[in-house]
Design a protein around this ligand. Structure first.
Ligand code: CP
Length: 307
């Protein structure tokens, strides 16, 4: 049974196909309006979410299917001690496909190993967030017209930012990507991502603490929130949370056709004054997330022989 746990579960050709299907959905949504009629998506969210859960739900509804699930672990039997494995077996009796977010790294993988229906990782701890990466890839493709030969700066919490880890993994599949890692020392990209992804794939990268220095060379600036929920003590979070704030002054240092991405939610790291700048692409990213999740649901249900 095919699931999506890590973005590298899909080949480059499959990623490109998903992007093409998403673009076709955007061009002709009516064509897809009944593709998932009588099919059910279960959204099992053990951690808070606005975009991911609601875009999965909107995606299934726009495909003509329906949605069951929970948005709070306390309202599920996990609060009574039920395991992820048992939850996956139970939900397989009610639904055709699962989207799961969980604070523990690897929980969606455990679900996939026990479910009899496809499981989609909707974010597991500080590890991976492959469907955010799908949204990011479509946004880059639509903005730049390509997925190769560009410079991308990742700024902020590169240690705990699972969207950063997933996107770097995906970009390792494409040629000519230069990565600029912009973070305070304490929030640097984990060495396992540097070694196993950047270095193993001979990707060119540099590290800096200065957003101002990096700005002029970037085609894409990927801002991130400092992940309060992953810190062990409040004092460290408070010291680091405002390390980078993107303001109109800093935007003046960037290229005129640069695109600013952010997986959202934002706290303080992008001034709201940037929202009116045509380079701000983060609300487009939100919309693109729904289209890519539609394409993903279609792919996995089709491969499972359910549509
Ligand atoms: N980008 C993202 O995962 O947002 P949510 O936490 O609101 O789902």
């Amino acid at each position: 049974m095919r699931s999506l746990i890590d973005i590298l579960d899909f080949s480059t050709e499959e990623l490109d196909q998903l992007i093409e299907v998403a673009k076709d959905i955007i061009a002709d949504p009516d064509k897809y309006a009944e593709k998932c009629k009588r099919k059910k998506l279960a959204t099992l969210f053990f951690e808070p979410s606005t975009r991911t859960r609601l875009s999965f739900e909107a995606a299934m509804l726009e495909l003509g299917g329906s949605v069951i699930g929970f948005s709070d672990a306390n309202s599920s039997s996990s609060s009574k001690g039920e395991s992820v494995a048992d939850t996956a077996k139970v939900v397989s009796c009610y639904a055709d496909i699962i989207a799961m977010r969980h604070p523990k790294e690897g929980a969606p993988l455990v679900a996939a190993m026990n479910a009899s229906i496809p499981v989609i990782n909707a974010g597991d701890g500080g590890h991976n967030h492959p469907t955010q990466t799908l949204a990011d890839l479509l946004t880059i493709s639509r903005r730049l017209g390509r997925l190769d030969n560009f410079t991308i700066g990742f700024c902020g919490d590169l240690k705990f930012g699972r969207t950063v880890h997933s996107l770097i993994n995906a970009l390792s599949r494409y040629e000519g990507i230069h990565v600029v890692l912009i973070s305070p020392d304490e929030l640097k990209l984990p060495s396992y991502v540097k070694k196993d992804v950047l270095e193993k794939n001979h990707m060119s990268y540099e590290q800096t603490e200065s957003l101002e220095e990096a700005m002029p060379k970037l085609d894409i600036l990927y801002m991130t929130r400092v992940q309060k929920e992953r810190f062990f003590n409040e004092e460290d979070y408070l010291r680091l949370k405002d390390s980078y704030i993107l303001t109109p002054d800093k935007m003046e240092l960037g290229k005129s056709d640069m695109a600013v991405l952010h997986p959202l939610p934002r706290v303080n790291e992008i001034s709201v004054a940037i929202d009116a700048d045509p380079r701000a692409a983060y609300f487009e990213q939100v919309a693109n997330g729904k289209f890519m999740r539609m394409a993903l649901i279609l792919k996995l249900l089709s491969e499972a022989g359910k549509i």
